[in-house]
Ligand binder design. Sequence first.
Ligand SMILES: Cc1cc2nc3c(=O)[nH]c(=O)nc-3n(C[C@H](O)[C@H](O)[C@H](O)COP(=O)(O)O)c2cc1C
Length: 120
Amino acid sequence: MVDAADAFLILAAEYNRGITAPLKNALDALYAEWAGKPVGYVSYGMSSAGLRAVEMITPVAVALGMTPLPDVVTLPLREVLDSDGRLIPGERRARSVQLLLEELRRYAEALSQLRKPAAA
Ligand SMILES: Cc1cc2nc3c(=O)[nH]c(=O)nc-3n(C[C@H](O)[C@H](O)[C@H](O)COP(=O)(O)O)c2cc1C
């Protein structure tokens, strides 16, 4: 599935100011399949809305040859969950995710040129 994908959107939670072990394990399990493709992030958590996890993923993503998008959509859980624990992202955040997906599509198109074999 990773090999067939042209771009990635990582939904990242933050635990103890860092990346979760299953996500790191998933990234480490492959190498060439990630390379030359863009990655966008939607992060979530309490005190930093997952941004510290994103900062930790980014060098890993770069080491694997991915191109991280500069903008991150954050979900600060104290603000976006209602009293039943349901996600209420609000119009602005929903729009930000749309823009992130559109940016991911544009990067994927551009980077697909780099993944083509060089002409002899
Ligand atoms: C042990 C533990 C450590 C956590 N550490 C952080 C943290 O450092 N920063 C943060 O923003 N949120 C932290 N959280 C909040 C989690 O990001 C939040 O509970 C989130 O919903 C976890 O994702 P999950 O429900 O998909 O497992 C922590 C939660 C737990 C249980």
